[in-house]
Design a binder for this molecule. Structure first.
Ligand SMILES: [Zn+2]
Length: 200
């Protein structure tokens, strides 16, 4: 990458910090995002109500949820799939009011589906803190067959749907919640550079 060169659409993630003027805190985390949740509660236990959803696809990734529950007595809703998590989030959003602050921590495969769900419910993206944790794997949108490839670790990725070899760009679409992938051998068919693992 060129020095001093950046792409405006590329998301920049921060570190979760309590918004103390919020009336309600709504947190959604997955896997290693649990560590961000734990750090938040080590800062303080807010006086406002919290709603916490935790995606734990296996028992090992539940450890942070257990620690936070023991430490604070907060209730954490644990879900075992992204679909059930998003359904639970939607149900809880029905009872959210102005002044709710949202916090999301996990891999991009969690952050962007949650952000999309929140925006469908009219949540302003500025009220959604995002912390990227765990793997840097990208979600890649194949511009040729318009499907999403999850968990992409390499700069060249064969689309799981149409089979084209895609070069993964830094251009990020908030609509798709994914980076754009373009056919790498458009000009010289069959000439595919070696893939490097750049999103470990
Ligand atoms: Zn494709």
């Amino acid at each position: 990458m060129e020095r001093g060169y950046s792409i405006k659409t590329k998301p920049i993630y921060g570190t979760l910090v309590w918004q103390e003027n919020a009336t309600h805190h709504f947190l959604v985390v997955a896997g290693e995002g649990g560590k961000a949740l734990l750090k938040l509660f080590q800062q303080m236990v807010p006086k406002q109500a919290t709603t916490i959803f935790y995606l734990a696809e296996d028992d090992a990734s539940k450890k942070y949820a257990d620690t936070v529950q023991k430490m604070t007595g907060e209730t954490i809703t644990i879900c075992d799939s992204l679909e059930s998590l998003l359904d639970s989030v939607k149900t809880a959003l029905e009872n959210c009011y102005m002044g709710t602050q949202f916090y999301v921590a996990g891999e991009e495969g969690l952050i962007w589906p949650v952000a999309k769900t929140l925006s469908e419910f009219g949540v302003d993206d500025r009220n959604v803190f995002k912390e990227q944790t765990g793997s840097l794997a990208r979600r890649v949108f194949c511009v040729h067959c318009e499907t999403i490839n999850e968990n992409v670790h390499h700069d060249i990725h064969q689309c799981g749907t149409c089979g084209l070899n895609l070069i993964v760009r830094d251009h990020f679409s908030r609509h798709w919640g994914a980076y754009m992938g373009f056919m790498v051998d458009g000009e010289t068919p069959g000439e595919i550079p070696a893939a490097q693992e750049v999103y470990p």
